[in-house]
Ligand binder design. Structure first.
Ligand code: ACO
Length: 311
């Protein structure tokens, strides 16, 4: 019986068809998806904070409304993804508790500060650019609800990336002080953006199995390289330098060679010791606790409606 189920699951994956919530799936596949989708959802929710920091200080009404729309998109992505994770048998309350008690992972990138307006540009260009690179292949993830959620999310991420690029372009071609501000933001975000793709393949415990299951379609290093190759010509258009003296075109490989990533920094951030980890989690906890009365009121209202319907 179990062999039959496993066989059908394997055949579905091999045929590039989708696994849906009511289908049988190996427990490890379910756990991997809960882990990845849960972390992804948390990243979107925590990711609202670095940019939320600038909503009240955006330099114009137009910039402010764009930034607000983008941060709201991120909230939407988080909720979509929590719903996708819930189809696997975990509930959002549990995931939220794991996030606010500091036991859940979320992307390392959101633990860095945003001291200037140019950071809004660098986040859009580099962070959302890296996110697209990583997430477009996830549209073909073997788990239906995840793949379908990624389609809409990627469309919105493309808009986010373009708005970031445009902020940096304007600053880069503005006054010398604005140009410097743009360059400093790129200097701050380049290396952390490369770390978003995860550890090098040799140190990535999950990649091989996730690729076999067709959740991931490319390895961490493959996607990181694709992002570097994409970014170099875009930086030229922006008139900004990427802060890596070892970046150079390699005729033989057809890719850019690049310098060594500081993996110690990555490990520190993952352990909760990045520049803003404590702040991000405590803000999230405070917001969740502050919303308790809304959840209570909604539950009381639902109960009243149910009682009325039953009467
Ligand atoms: N930040 C935090 N944790 C990370 C990061 C990162 N940048 N990269 C890897 N990790 C964690 C993994 O979650 C895993 O931890 P766990 O086993 O305790 O859960 C561990 O490091 C080892 O990494 P891998 O074996 O490479 O893990 P995985 O196969 O899950 O690959 C990756 C990591 C590429 C991030 C994958 O989970 C993924 O594609 N996730 C979906 C995209 C996503 O979450 N993006 C969020 C940021 S983008 C945005 O929200 C705008």
């Amino acid at each position: 019986e179990l062999d039959d189920l496993q066989e059908r699951f394997d055949a579905t994956i091999a045929a590039e068809q989708r696994i849906e919530p009511r289908d049988w799936m190996p427990e490890a596949y379910r756990r991997t998806l809960i882990r990845q989708i849960g972390q992804h959802a948390h990243s979107e929710i925590i990711g609202m904070q670095p940019e939320g920091n600038w909503i009240t200080r955006a330099p114009s009404l137009k910039r402010k409304s764009i930034l607000m729309a983008k941060v709201q998109d991120e909230a939407g992505h988080g909720l979509y993804l929590y719903s996708a994770a819930e189809t696997l048998g975990i509930d959002r309350t549990t995931m939220t508790e794991q996030l606010i008690d500091g036991t859940a992972k979320y992307s390392s990138i959101f633990n860095y500060p945003t001291p200037t307006w140019a950071d809004m540009g660098a986040i859009g260009w580099l962070v959302d650019g890296a996110a697209i690179c990583n997430q477009v292949p996830l549209c073909r993830a073997s788990y239906g609800p995840y793949g379908r959620a990624m389609v809409r999310i990627c469309k919105e991420e493309s808009f986010h990336q373009r708005q970031g690029f445009e902020i940096l372009y304007e600053l880069s071609h503005g006054t010398p002080a604005q140009h410097r501000m743009a360059q400093e933001a790129v200097d701050r975000w380049w290396w952390p953006a490369l770390m978003m793709f995860g550890p090098p393949d040799a140190d990535s415990p999950n990649t091989a199995q996730s690729m076999e299951w067709k959740i991931k379609r490319f390895t961490n290093d493959e996607l990181r390289q694709r992002f570097i190759d994409m970014s170099v010509p875009q930086a030229e258009v922006l008139g900004l330098a990427l802060p890596d003296p070892d970046l150079r075109w390699n005729e033989a490989t057809g890719h850019y060679d690049s310098g060594e990533i500081d993996w110690t920094e990555f490990t520190e951030v993952l352990k909760g010791r990045g520049p803003c980890n404590a702040l991000r989690v405590s803000n999230r906890r405070r917001a969740h606790e502050g919303g308790a009365w809304v959840r209570e009121a909604a539950a009381a209202y639902a109960q009243k409606q149910a009682a009325r319907a039953a009467a």
